[in-house]
Design a protein around this ligand. Structure first.
Ligand SMILES: Nc1ncnc2c1ncn2[C@@H]1O[C@H](COP(=O)(O)OP(=O)(O)OP(=O)(O)O)[C@@H](O)[C@H]1O
Ligand SMILES: [Zn+2]
Length: 700
């Protein structure tokens, strides 16, 4: 007799015989793998199985069967069932299955990589140092004591905030809510208010933020607020910079229902939370919610899916909502709540466009901007200079022969980075290649090599020269590489130890700087004419966010944007703080051309040593549909564009091309992609190219 299963698909305890198990493995092969087990195993349990000739891997049991479905003698035995955790819950398995289907990835490539690393490492379970497995080890270790935070009561909410909280507190079933609040309107207080109502019912809250850098400030507020509530509520924080042990601990707190609130970046969406009652997504428009490698999921979209599946409300907050969410509001799929006023000051900062066409700039600065910085210095306020380009100069050039610092491996320039004298470097921001700055031109030997253009380092250098009395700090990916350095820099700004802050988009979002009066934006036009159709939307959001850092706690905040194109609709809408106007304009344009959110896209990318091979692969993938009259008809609503090289076609000596797939119908697109995947895999092997398919690409 084969083993018997009860109605939940679990093995009944008395079954001693073999059971056949589908196991999802983190290998790039579609489908699950069949194993046998003579000990009880349940779906959602991790198992150690032999794979290939000698390897062993951790997999996830996803289903049990009475029959193997293939010749039983080919089926290998599960080596160990890991039972240091209860099986992953059913809703978690459903979400993983949905993500695998929607993003066209093998189930194992979804389920395993999203777990804390030690839960899927053989060495954590077997061998001398495994000591009962990672869960037992972490449970034995004492948690690092968290600083005790003095409790902080909520401020008196204003009318709009209170109305938003009241509405949210009245929800108990699935309902997506868009909280559209101007910068500094106190969206965080609405999150906290909504959260409190859910916590009082003994439920858990998942709060997603786009950036690690935003967690410390929010974490502090959250701790203080939780401390002021009656019941002892625990907060867990999850992001990718955590050490492995810390990550596992936070994950376990959430998974065991001990943490009432989980604050985290996009990967937290995959954390099991048994009592989940509310999901909040801060800065919902932010591109960081989209994972750019491996499983290319959108944490925002999965959050809405998860909320629907769990039948709970989901709150999306932003000063500049994505056009996707805005359209959902127009179509009445999402309920909209608005905060139209700033919480602490009466007015939004004045936005001034500085027309740079006829101006003489000094190191990129207009006289107006320099004067404004000077005035703020005199009055003891901070200024933020925003430039979305790190390094010293984007390219180095030889004035006598025209040599430029090209990367030998990419179709891109090497960026000059100044680290002092002989340590000055050229760095390729695409492949990571680094080299010394040459003393003389490699082509003609001339010693007069000049940096062209400017990045944050050079701006910082110039400002130090121009305002010797000012305390200047720079925050970008370079200045914050060491763990803790971003926190330290932000703390300096908050403490008022900085007069002028130079930064990239890292400083643009979310931060609540109390003494910041002026925001100056350099080189905004660079994004205006980018090829991506989302460029204006992104530019608008970014500038609106960075502008929103000004004058949050003092009157008279001001924003200066330098541009050669002041008449562009993006800038005009910014001047008026007119998100609605911009969104209507942009949506109208998208509808006319049939672009997202009015259409759905997927992007097939191919990589090869030679561009022709990549293009050829894409062309064959495209031709496949045309060659099947029946399918071509069934997928009439799917449009396959011509294969094209990427704008930066070569990176690290690999040539890249892409093919865009589009349809007005999401289900039709999904069905087509599922049918197309095996063809892509087959062609990929035949053409020897690396390929990947991205659903809902954010960058094209
Ligand atoms: N009701 C209130 N009374 C007094 N202060 C408030 C109130 N609500 C919020 N604040 C304060 O207003 C400031 C701005 O709030 P918050 O950072 O939540 O804005 P936000 O809407 O998230 O803005 P952004 O989109 O720019 O990040 C904070 O310092 C916050 O403490
Ligand atoms: Zn390179």
């Amino acid at each position: 007799m084969a083993s018997s299963t009860n109605s939940e698909g679990e093995l009944t305890p008395d079954s001693a015989c073999t059971v056949w198990v589908h196991v999802a493995l983190d290998v790039p092969l579609q489908g699950e793998f069949v194993y046998r087990s003579s000990v009880p195993v349940q779906p959602g349990q991790r198992v150690i199985v032999p794979f290939g000739n000698r390897r062993k891997v951790v997999g996830m049991a996803v289903a049990l069967f009475d029959e193997p479905g293939i010749a039983p003698e080919q089926v290998k035995e599960i080596e160990q069932v890991l039972d240091d955790l209860p099986p992953m819950p059913a809703d978690w398995l459903r979400m993983a299955a949905f993500a695998a289907g929607y993003y066209q990835r093998p189930l194992g490539e979804v389920m395993l990589p999203v777990l804390p690393a030690s839960l899927r490492k053989i060495s954590a379970y077997q061998g001398e140092r495994s000591a009962g497995g990672p869960v037992a080890r972490i449970d034995k270790r004492k948690a690092r004591a968290t600083p005790v935070v003095p409790p902080l009561a909520a401020p008196r909410l204003n009318v709009e905030q209170q109305a938003a909280v009241d509405y949210l507190a009245g929800l108990s079933a699935f309902q997506p809510v868009l909280l559209h609040g101007v910068t500094g309107s106190g969206k965080t207080e609405v999150y906290l208010g909504a959260m409190q109502a859910v916590l009082e019912q003994g439920l858990q809250v998942l709060l997603l933020v786009p950036e690690i850098n935003l967690t410390p400030q929010l974490e502090q507020v959250l701790r203080a607020r939780l401390a002021s509530l009656q019941a002892g509520h625990e907060l867990a924080v999850l992001h990718s910079r955590l050490a492995e042990g810390e990550r596992l601990r936070a994950w376990l707190q959430a998974q065991r229902g001990q943490a009432s609130v989980l604050l985290g970046t996009r990967l937290s969406i995959f954390t099991p939370m048994p009592k989940l009652g509310l999901i909040i997504i801060d800065e919902e428009h932010d591109a960081s919610y989209k994972q750019q490698e491996g499983l290319r999921y959108s944490a925002r979209d999965l959050a809405v899916w998860r909320a629907r599946d769990r039948d709970i409300p989901v709150l999306l907050g932003s000063a500049t909502p994505s056009l996707e969410s805005w359209l959902h509001v127009q179509r009445a799929n999402y309920h909209k709540l608005s905060l139209t006023q700033r919480a602490t000051t009466v007015t939004l900062p004045e936005v001034q466009l500085v027309d740079t066409r006829r101006l003489r700039l000094q190191q990129g600065f207009s006289p107006q901007m320099l004067e404004a910085i000077e005035q703020r210095l005199a009055s003891g306020q901070q200024s933020l200079v925003f430039l979305n380009r790190r390094g010293y100069a984007p390219v180095l050039s030889c004035h006598s022969c025209g040599w430029l610092s090209r990367c030998t491996r990419c179709t891109a320039y090497m960026v000059m980075h100044r680290q002092g004298g002989p340590r000055n470097e050229l760095q390729c921001h695409h492949c990571g290649h680094r080299s010394r700055v040459p003393r003389a031109c490699p082509d003609c030997g001339d010693q007069d090599l000049q940096p062209m253009g400017r990045g944050t380092q050079r701006v910082e250098e110039y400002l130090a020269e121009r305002f010797p009395q000012a305390r200047i700090a720079r925050i970008d990916a370079d200045s914050t590489r060491r763990k803790g350095s971003a926190e330290a820099l932000f703390a300096q700004v908050h403490a008022g130890e900085v007069d002028i802050l130079v930064g990239t988009q890292m400083v643009a979002k979310g931060h609540d700087f109390a003494k910041l009066g002026l925001v100056g934006v350099l080189n905004a036009d660079a994004m205006l004419f980018a090829h991506d159709f989302r460029a204006p939307e992104r530019l608008f959001a970014q500038l609106m966010q960075v502008a929103g850092r000004a004058g949050r706690h003092t009157q008279g905040g001001a924003v200066m944007i330098q541009t050669d194109y002041p008449e562009q609709p993006v800038y005009q809408a910014l001047r008026r703080h007119d998100y609605d106007g911009f969104a209507d304009y942009a949506l109208h344009e998208r509808e006319e051309i049939g672009l997202p959110p009015y259409a759905y896209q997927a992007l097939l990318t191919a990589e090869a040593r030679q561009l022709a091979h990549a293009l050829d692969y894409l062309q064959q993938a495209r031709d496949w549909l045309a060659s099947q009259p029946e399918l071509a008809q069934a997928y009439e609503a799917v449009m396959l564009y011509d294969p094209v090289p990427l704008r930066i076609v070569r990176v690290a000596n690999v040539e890249r091309a892409q093919l865009l797939v589009e349809s007005v119908s999401r289900p039709v697109l999904q069905a087509f992609l599922a049918a197309w995947m095996p063809v892509l895999a087959q062609l990929g092997t035949a053409c020897r190219v690396r390929w990947q398919l991205e659903v809902d690409p954010q960058q094209i």
